[in-house]
Design a protein around this ligand. Sequence first.
Ligand code: HEC
Ligand code: HEC
Ligand code: HEC
Length: 483
Amino acid sequence: MANRKRLIAALAVGFGLISNLAVNASPTCPDEQATEQKPTDVALCERLEPIVRRPSALPLNEYEAKFNEYIGAMCHRNEAGGWKVDKRVRDTGPWIGTYANGKWTGQGFGTHAPVLIWYSPEMYAWLKANRQDDGTAPATAAAVPDGAMMIKEMYPYPAAACAGIDVKYLLPLSQASAVMVRDAQGSHDGWFWGWYGWGPNSGWSVDWPAKPNSPYPNMGFGQYCTNCHASAKDNSTFASLKNIKGEPGDPLVFLSQNFFLDPSWQSLQMRIQNAAAKDAASAGNDPDYDPTFLKIFWSLGGPPLRNQIVPMQPETYDSVWPKAPKPGVPNAASQFVTSDQCLGCHSAGGTGLQFDMTQPGPDGKLINISPYGTWRGSPMGLAGRDPIFFAQLASETDTFHKGEAATIQNTCLGCHGILGQRQYGIDTAAKTGSCAPLSRDMVDAIPYSATPDPVTAPGPCPGCIRCLMCSAEACPAAAGCPA
Ligand code: HEC
Ligand code: HEC
Ligand code: HEC
């Protein structure tokens, strides 16, 4: 049940990648604005420049708050300041019309919703030096310089609806944007990836503290975006000069069957809205609990108060990714990564292309039968998040074997949290020569700045995204880390 709900949520969000179905198809451009969309506060933009260019220097939530100020003020829409922009809103795949049940509908098959990309001056300079189509590009491309940014604004399908409008008067309020910020220190692939939406109605927010539904983070290093971007010819970017205003050539053009977008599409939209309203109305009806369970549950005093519950960080925020390589050093320290690093390829719909690895269930909703989906709800996938396990562990350490808590915790977590336990051993061995035991409280560690780092206490580590990863390796001395 939970799995299915998650799948549907994942499909619905989809980072604007997956088709966006027909819901957003529009004969006119809904994102056309009455006024010119340009930087609102030039002084603010200048102040934030050095900060937004270095995502690895701040805990994720703090970086995101700055990024929000920067992009929120439209600092990237700065052609006078050397930013470049695509020639027009363009498709990244075909948009196909289908006639069924008396109606036309359209579906996009782009890798992203229609795009309009903005390139920071460094990114543009890199493209000029490394991606010329005239044979002058070097055989081996240089690394994209740190601090280079691309802001990919996304517009509704089909691109044709917005393509004719002067980009100055567009802002993608209906679709939001995807962003790439270069920071080779941050991760093995060297990019900070993210989804960003303008304003409180966009659904975008800073990732920590987590929302009650524990969504996957909007931004971060090691995001699933690499499952496509790693196939780019170099530097994980598909960026091409011919897309950019003022450069020779033309962007790729895809089939767009937008001919049927006449007023009859309104009735289609109404049908979709009605269906969505019905879904929303039934969302609260979780299946009833077993009456025997309820009887025992209430006989034990019912649910504890909120502040009596030991919070565990949401699985979706439990993110460990391959670290940036160091010259000549094998990257053994990043041996074990978290499962969010796998779902981009191994979960249903994770590729963003189709409803792959799904099967309709008895209620007509899709079941996630992918490797990730079937593993996630299995006893093994839940071994380290199982409240019965933690209750048993607590009874061992708090009641039966009080003096041996450290050994017991490390032993149990050696199977129930095997990757974390091993990785912690590897990390501490690299620093001290011997594996330190993993303890129960480390499992509760929450990401970003909210808790001090239990490993390198005395103080929180300002350069670390995730406190548990504070180590000389994860955090260069320049980030102010304790050695
Ligand atoms: C399904 C494959 C796929 C996934 C997943 C994907 N992208 Fe892309 N992305 C592409 C392709 C293909 C392009 C080039 C599109 C074009 O220019 O026609 C692209 C272009 C971009 C661009 C413009 C710069 C460039 O490299 O061309 C940005 C920025 C971007 N993607 C960000 C993201 C972010 C952030 C994520 C994850 C949240 C993501 N992408 C996930 C396929 C993907
Ligand atoms: C970039 C895409 C991608 C990511 C990310 C990815 N995988 Fe895979 N994985 C694949 C592909 C493609 C195959 C199939 C390779 C083949 O059959 O030759 C595969 C195969 C596998 C298999 C073998 C499955 C079988 O039935 O034989 C396992 C196990 C696996 N992956 C685990 C993982 C784990 C664990 C992670 C995360 C740490 C992960 N993968 C991340 C693309 C990915
Ligand atoms: C050698 C690996 C290993 C170690 C060490 C280990 N476990 Fe387990 N544990 C498992 C496996 C495998 C299962 C699932 C067994 C099954 O489903 O048949 C399990 C299941 C459980 C369950 C049942 C969970 C449920 O929800 O039904 C509890 C409770 C549990 N373990 C507690 C502990 C405690 C406490 C410790 C430390 C004293 C511990 N385990 C150490 C492998 C291990």
